[in-house]
Design a protein around this ligand. Structure first.
Ligand code: SF4
Length: 358
């Protein structure tokens, strides 16, 4: 189950996710989410194996509200219960209370350990708070912590990036997710870049940052199990892996997506429409049924992002395309007869995926 909490205390300049700063609406929103959970319990099959509370910023919630959500979901015994957290919300007390709710995995949005960069992209915490957040979480007993790091930030140098990776490793977390900054349409950061107020990092430096990240984390013993995700053995995110391997999931909350029995559906990403629709049971959930072709394409798109890859049994007319990628050293076939991307292939993964889709 995915639970979306679309509230943020302030908007980061690069963000195009669905979220709002109208925190005063949290209470009525939670009421709606709990009602939706009640009405959809069991839809994706039981028991619920993983829960992911994402956002937005779920750590804008009080621990007792988190607890209410998990109780409504009947998921207290789920194998993995993750909550995203902003370091700006971290206190000892909050972590201890979260432990009591059943949350057993934290995803902490650190992004950078450079105060200048954090300020530049509008994060509301500093590096010290980020480090403290991880330490406090560990002291409170969290033994499964993921942190997010961003690269290709404006003015970020390779030395800054290397220093960030070393700091991340020194925190002894079990999982690191890392994404290159994207200049999404309509965001403040893109406006500033287009107005010449800041410059984006060149593509070669971005690639070099990614390669350094992969090599250094591998060297530190983390498994590179998805394009942007690295984990100590046994700490790969179960919930995210479900998205990549086609496990059914129910997404509740505004804008949340669900995938059950070849049907993908999604709630409106509009706070009013969602709250009202749930209150008077008129919520319109758009949906699409995936054809065999759609499902093949999804498998290629998601599978090639992971270290499990995709089965080597591609449709005949894609075999030649596949062979050419193998010859160029962009893909390779494993002993288990699966196709995975090489490090070189990861640089051009979107093109490979496009060419293998039907
Ligand atoms: S905290 Fe996360 S969801 Fe909220 S604005 Fe920043 S990046 Fe977007």
């Amino acid at each position: 189950m995915y639970i979306h909490i679309p509230f943020c205390k302030r908007r980061c300049l690069y963000c195009d996710f669905f979220s709002t700063t109208l925190l005063q609406r949290q209470e009525e929103y939670l009421e709606a989410v709990i009602k939706e959970i009640d009405s959809r319990r069991g839809e994706a099959g039981e028991p619920i194996r993983t829960v992911y509370i994402g956002g937005g910023t779920p750590s804008t919630l009080r621990a007792e509200d988190v607890s209410k959500l998990l109780k409504a979901a009947g998921a207290a015994d789920a194998e993995e219960i993750t909550m995203e957290l902003n370091p700006g919300d971290a206190t000892r007390e909050y972590f201890l209370r979260l432990r009591e709710t059943g949350i057993n995995r934290l995803s902490i949005g650190i992004q950078s350990f450079q105060d200048g960069l954090l300020h530049l992209v509008g994060r509301r915490h500093d590096a010290q708070q980020a480090i403290e957040a991880v330490r406090m979480a560990q002291e409170a007993g969290f033994g499964n912590i993921s942190i997010d790091l961003m690269y290709a930030l404006p003015t970020q140098t390779m030395d800054m990036w290397k220093a960030d990776i070393e700091t991340a490793l020194s925190l002894n977390v079990q999982h690191i997710s890392s994404y290159g900054l994207m200049y999404e349409e309509g965001t403040e950061l893109t406006r500033r870049r287009d107005a010449g107020e800041l410059e984006s990092i060149d593509e070669d430096t971005e690639m070099a940052m990614y390669d350094y990240l992969c090599a250094r984390l591998k060297d530190a013993g983390l498994v590179h199990y998805e394009v942007s995700n690295f984990a100590l053995q046994g700490y790969e995110a179960l919930h995210n892996s479900s998205y990549w391997n086609g496990t059914p999931y129910v997404g509740v909350g505004a804008g949340a997506h669900s995938y059950i029995g070849c049907v993908r559906s999604w709630n409106p990403d509009d706070l009013d429409a969602y709250i009202q629709g749930i209150a008077d049971s008129t919520l319109v959930r758009e949906s699409e049924t995936l054809s065999d072709e759609d499902r093949y394409n999804e498998q290629v798109m998601l599978g090639l992002r992971t270290n499990r890859g995709i089965p080597a049994t591609l449709p005949t007319h894609k075999r030649l395309v596949l062979d050419s990628f193998v010859q160029k050293g962009l893909l390779r076939e494993t002993e288990e007869k699966r196709i995975v991307a090489t490090q070189k292939g990861l640089h051009v993964l979107n093109r490979i995926i496009e060419d293998l889709m039907i």
